[in-house]
Design a protein around this ligand. Structure first.
Ligand code: NAI
Ligand SMILES: Nc1nc(O)c(N)c(N[C@@H]2O[C@H](COP(=O)(O)O)[C@@H](O)[C@H]2O)n1
Length: 272
């Protein structure tokens, strides 16, 4: 699929929220997803649902080009078979240059899979992209307990080029509210990434918002929130974004139309 170019006004809107525009050496987490008017992100569990129009989809790929890594949960990986690469290389390039650029600008795909249920095969889009040189090989993040139990599965994935990384300290007994601090440490200490955009799904988003709001860590978890709102209603069977508690912690809030969608960009926490 070829994506339409992003107009300069859209880049000017997004750029202040990007990790490259921060002087901080801390890990930069961007939370970004597309929702309907009734705060649903898909028609139902396991149903891949296109909400973003072409303009806001390009916006997402522009974000992908500006982050070291991209994370989705195991539920999303199973539902969507996502590619998780960047399909927004500079339009001026062609042929081998364009393909190399697609690889360079693609983030490292991360699949958060506490119970290690993910099946990745050569047919998976993320692996097809990696083997074609237009995306990076993925990493699956699992709990320490599942990592210890699954040597054969890990070996089979590693043969395909997939890395499996244990989240140190995370077990099946870890309370959900405590896992994000452990995941953050894995990003920094084991993956050594400086920025990651988190796309979903609902459990990932709701837990991350709850963990960011509760302030269990001395550092804010999420730095930037970029949400596409599409002019559709998905109904009560849809998968809903709605964290456990109410929150009102966004600052530097701006809205911009992208085709028929509107995109909100904001900083998490008090204004800087
Ligand atoms: N519209 C959009 O922008 C997006 C929509 N989606 C949709 O979301 C749906 C999938 O959402 P869900 O079923 O909620 O699955 P999910 O993608 O949130 O994955 C859930 C899994 O992630 C891991 N996980 C989540 N939170 C965790 C935590 N705090 N600690 C440790 N591990 C954790 C666990 O292994 C859990 O089973 C799909 O229908 C997909 O299409 C997904 C991403 C973006
Ligand atoms: N920005 C956005 N808009 C939508 O309408 C979506 N359904 C999603 N989903 C996210 O994008 C992933 C698919 O990525 P590829 O295009 O296959 O690379 C999907 O897994 C969700 O994370 N996003």
């Amino acid at each position: 699929m070829s994506l339409p170019p992003l107009p300069p006004s859209a880049c000017a809107f997004l750029d202040p929220y990007l990790p490259s525009n921060t002087s901080s050496s801390e890990l930069f987490i961007t939370l970004t997803y597309a929702a309907s008017l009734d705060s649903r992100i898909s028609l139902g569990p396991g149903i891949r649902t296109a909400l973003s129009g072409p303009e806001s989809k390009t916006m997402t790929h522009y974000l992908r080009a500006h982050h070291d890594a991209i994370l989705v949960g195991a539920g999303t990986f199973a539902a969507d078979d996502p590619g998780l690469n960047c399909r927004y290389p500079p339009a001026s390039l062609s042929g081998a240059d364009r393909s190399q650029s697609a690889l360079d600008c693609s983030p490292l795909p991360l699949i958060l899979d506490q119970s290690f249920r993910t099946n990745i095969s050569l047919e998976s889009k993320v692996l097809q992209n990696a083997t074609q040189g237009i995306g990076k090989f993925p990493v699956v993040l699992v709990s320490t307990s599942r990592y210890a139990e699954c040597a054969d599965k890990i070996q089979a994935l590693e043969k395909l080029g997939v890395r499996v990384v244990p989240i140190r300290g995370l077990t099946s007994l870890t309370p959900r509210g405590e896992s994000w601090e452990l995941i953050r440490r894995t990003f920094v200490d084991d993956l050594r990434i400086k920025s990651v955009m988190i796309e979903g799904g609902a459990q990932v988003i709701n837990d991350l918002l709850a963990a960011s709001t509760s302030g269990t860590s001395s550092e804010a978890l999420v730095k930037t929130v970029i949400v596409t709102i599409a002019p559709v209603l998905l109904g009560e069977k849809g998968v809903q974004v709605s964290p456990a508690q109410a929150m009102d912690e966004l600052s530097n809030v701006r809205w911009e139309p992208f085709g028929r969608d509107v995109v909100m960009a904001a900083s998490f926490g008090s204004s800087s």
